[in-house]
Every structure is written in C-alpha cells, then in structure tokens.
Design a protein around this ligand. Structure first.
Ligand code: GDP
Length: 467
C-alpha cells in the first residue's frame, strides 16, 4: 500500500510540475569547463548577482528593472545533488576569503525569477515566473562522448598513438614500460591488471598537471563517486593475435564504462540542456606553452562537436539541435589589464574558428568572450626602464602578499600566433600565468560580488528568455 501511495504521490507531483511548466517556463543552463576553469566561481557569482540584482547593467531585464524578485527554490530533479551555493558564497565572503571547493561531479541549482514583461505587454499581462535551472558538470565528462562510437580495439589504438606523441611521451613512459612487460594476449590476473590501470590513470594525471587537456576517459581524472570501481579500472592494450582473458576483461570494462557511466550522464543531464557556457582557462594554457594551447583547442573542438552529434551517433535523436546558444568564456580576465581583454576574446574566438565554420553550426549562435566571475585585482601602471607597464595588482594566492604583475602581452594577431603552435616555446617571449587570492569583500546590501562582463555573458545566454 505504501508503494502505491508513493507512486500516486509521484504521479501527482509530476502532473503538477507538468502544469507549472506550461505557465512557468524553465531554461536549463549548462555550465562546464575542464577542472579549475572556473565553473564554481562563475555559478556562485552569477547567482549572487542575480539574487541581489547587484551589478548586472548589461543584462537588459536587470537594467530595465523588470526582475521583481529572485529566489532559490527546490530543484525539480530531486535525485541530482544540489550546487552548494551558500557554502561557496560563504567561503568568498568570509573575513579571510577562500576560493570555494571546485566542481567534482554534476550538481544543480534552481533560481526562480519573477519578471515584468517587456514593452507594451507590461500594462496587459501581470508578472511571470521563469525558472533558471543551472547544471554544473565537469568538462572532462563531456569529452567522453568521443568514446561512445569507439570499440575497445579502436580506442586502444588511438590512445596508444596519442601517448607516443611528443607532447605526452614523457608522461606516458612509466605506463608504456609496464605495458611492454605484459602479454596482451595473456590471461586475466587482477593484481597486474590493476597496476596497469593505475599506471594508465597516473599518466593521464601527469598530462593534466603539465597543463594538457584533451584527456579521456574523463572519470579517470574526475571520478565523482566511482573512484576504485571496476568500471574505472582498465587500460588500453596493444593489438594481439589471440584474444586472451586480459584483453577480454579490459574490453568488457571499457564497454561497462560507456554503458554505466557515460550514457546515463548524457541522457539524464547533458541531453536536457538548453543553453551552454563553456569556461576556458586560456591564460593558464598560454602560461603552460604552445602544446597546452594546441591541446586546449582540440578539446574545445571536441566540446563543440558534442553539441552537434553526427547523424549516425546514438545521441543525435536525443540532443537534436536543442542547444541554440553556446558561449565559450575565457575566464579569469582579471589576470590581465583591460587593454588586453579584446585580445583575450579574439584569441578564444580564433581557437574556435575552424570548428565553428563547419556547416553544422549555422543554426546555433556560438560566441567567445573574456570575463572574470569574481574580480580579484585592480589595475596599476608601473614605470620600468622608461616604459609604462599595464599591471594588475592583487594578493598572491601562494603568499597572501600584494603584488603588481605584468603577465606578458597577448598576441595582436591571434591567427598568426596560433600558427606557431607546433613549437616548444612561444617565439615572442613567455606568458606568465598567475594565481590570485580572492579579494576581501565588503558588500553593501543589494550589492553583488564584483566581476567583469558576467552580466554580458548572462545577457547572451538568457536575455531573450527574460524578455
Ligand atoms: P572549477 O573546477 O571549474 O569549478 O573551478 P573553480 O570555479 O573552483 O575555479 C578554480 C580556481 O580558479 C579558483 O580557485 C580560483 O583560484 C580561480 N578563479 C576562478 N574564477 C576566477 C576569477 O574570476 N578571477 C580570478 N582571479 N580567479 C578565478
């Protein structure tokens, strides 16, 4: 009886939600990016600024004073973890502010806005409610989409070729050495197989630490709650004449990974997104050198491809052409002087240019922008050797001390600049990536955290839905 009552309650709830959805439209905004790209800070600052209608002059609905109320409400997706907004904002607003804990898995947050309609309708219709469902998820997981159309053999071959490429060979050496010592056609033995899988995971981790990005399988780097499970304990193997127990079990685990890990994520979260922002840490990649930027470009292409699956992909019927606006945002723009912001945006756009020009994207608006979710610096001109350097000044994360730094000039001609991606180092001098501590904030009531162009990003992503 309890079961039936439960089921009835669930049906009623679903029906109520269905009815509400008719009158109260929902926009699902996906927020992604590779680890430490700035997703958590982005969502925290966006929501804080919307809740307080703080500093959002470039969001039209806010500038026109049409947002009558903004409130956090329970999300409809009760099974997904909630984005821990209060804790994250608390960390940023503490007397000794800390950056919040970064994204490690998928989470959601619902922000409901009560809006007065725009223009002549305002006099006729009353206010309406729009629900903004924010879905935060690791970009590493998104890259796994590429695995779905591969067999274990194809994937192994590809992974081995990638590992031997110059940018990765050094990091791959311990794993490749271990691989050389096993017989790919041999029998299954849990101990050595686990050691092999761990060496493979360590190789991916070493690549990440070196600033490289297009690394799959994504859960090896960002396991969520799956750490240590067999679905995450496998490794590519070289081709073999015979198919022994080792190869058969590795292939089964690879298939299990696709079936039990990758597909449910795409079906339950990714396929339901309407608008997407992809945060990219272009400045850190620049600091890590040409190969890191080349890798970043490859992973941005893969991300973009995920939103336009080929006709033969199993995702095509689920996703279709649902996502019609995608923003690639170069985060942490407060690490450079404002005179460099246009160049940062232009470089980000150039990283996307080739994949964007493909016909598949004619229907979607894809834009690039430079922003800072939380501004941690102020600008300062410093005279050195008779030259004026445009610096940014902030507290350094490592020491807590204040410093004015000049990270280097961004390229004037991004297309020419990217032609040099094959090189070991940048031909025209290095770029220094930095790490600032969050600023000590004292916000007046109704004020949101300081940012750069977060409001412009919100206008691009949501403006039409709020009119
Ligand atoms: P996630 O892994 O994508 O969730 O990344 P986070 O949002 O946790 O950001 C990672 C780190 O980047 C933070 O701890 C900060 O050090 C830095 N960061 C993120 N956003 C900003 C920003 O707007 N300005 C500055 N200066 N640093 C930022």
């Amino acid at each position: 009886i309890a079961d039936i009552a439960d089921e009835v309650a669930r049906l009623v709830e679903t029906a109520q939600e269905g009815a509400a959805a008719l009158f109260e439209p929902t926009v699902r905004l996906g927020v992604t990016g590779l680890s430490r790209a700035g997703k958590t800070v982005f969502i925290t600052s966006l929501v804080a600024n919307l809740l307080d209608r703080g500093r959002m002059p470039r969001l039209r609905a806010a500038a026109q004073g049409r947002i009558e109320a903004a409130q956090l409400r329970p999300q409809p997706d009760r099974a997904a973890p909630r984005f821990d907004f209060e804790t994250h904002l608390g960390a940023l607003l503490a007397p000794e502010p800390r950056w919040p804990e970064s994204t490690r898995a998928v989470s959601q947050l619902r922000l409901s806005l009560r809006l007065r309609p725009e223009g002549w309708l305002a006099g006729l219709a009353g206010p309406r409610v729009v629900h903004l469902d924010i879905v935060d998820y690791p970009g590493e997981w998104l890259l796994d989409l590429a695995l779905l159309d591969l067999s274990y053999d194809d994937w192994s071959e590809r992974a081995l070729a990638e590992a031997r490429a110059p940018a990765r060979a050094l990091h791959a050496a311990p794993w490749l050495a271990r691989l050389g010592a096993v017989d790919p056609a041999g029998p299954w033995d849990e101990g050595p197989a686990r050691a092999l899988a761990e060496a493979f995971a360590a190789y991916l981790e070493a690549c990440r630490r070196a600033g490289l990005s297009g690394l799959t399988p994504g859960r090896f780097l960002m396991p969520g709650d799956l750490a240590g499970s067999p679905a995450l304990t496998f490794s590519p193997l070289p081709r073999a004449e015979r198919r022994g127990g080792l190869r058969a079990e590795m292939a089964k685990r690879f298939e299990a990974y696709k079936r039990a890990v990758v597909r449910p994520f795409f079906r339950d979260h990714f396929a339901r997104i309407d608008r997407q922002v992809v945060l990219v840490d272009v400045l850190s990649a620049l600091g890590a050198g040409p190969q890191a930027v080349a890798d970043l470009r490859a992973s941005m292409t893969a991300v973009l491809d995920a939103f336009r699956p080929g006709e033969n992909s199993w995702l095509a019927p689920i996703i279709g052409r649902r996502v019609d606006r995608i923003l690639f945002a170069a985060a942490k723009a407060d690490h450079v002087h404002h005179t460099q912001h246009d160049r940062l945006a232009a470089l980000t756009a150039e990283l996307l240019r080739r994949s964007r020009e493909r016909a598949a994207f004619k229907g979607a608006r894809v834009e690039a922008m430079a922003l800072a979710s939380l501004r941690a610096t102020v600008e300062q001109d410093v005279r050195r050797d008779g030259r004026v350097l445009h610096c940014v000044r902030g507290r350094l994360a490592a020491t807590g001390r204040e410093a004015a730094l000049h990270p280097g000039d961004l390229p004037e001609d991004p297309r020419r600049f990217l032609d040099a991606l094959g090189a070991e180092r940048w031909p025209e001098g290095d770029f220094r990536a930095m790490d600032f501590a969050p600023p000590r904030l004292r916000l007046a009531p109704g004020d949101g955290p300081p940012h750069l162009r977060l409001d412009a990003a919100a206008e691009f992503l949501l403006g039409d839905k709020l009119s």
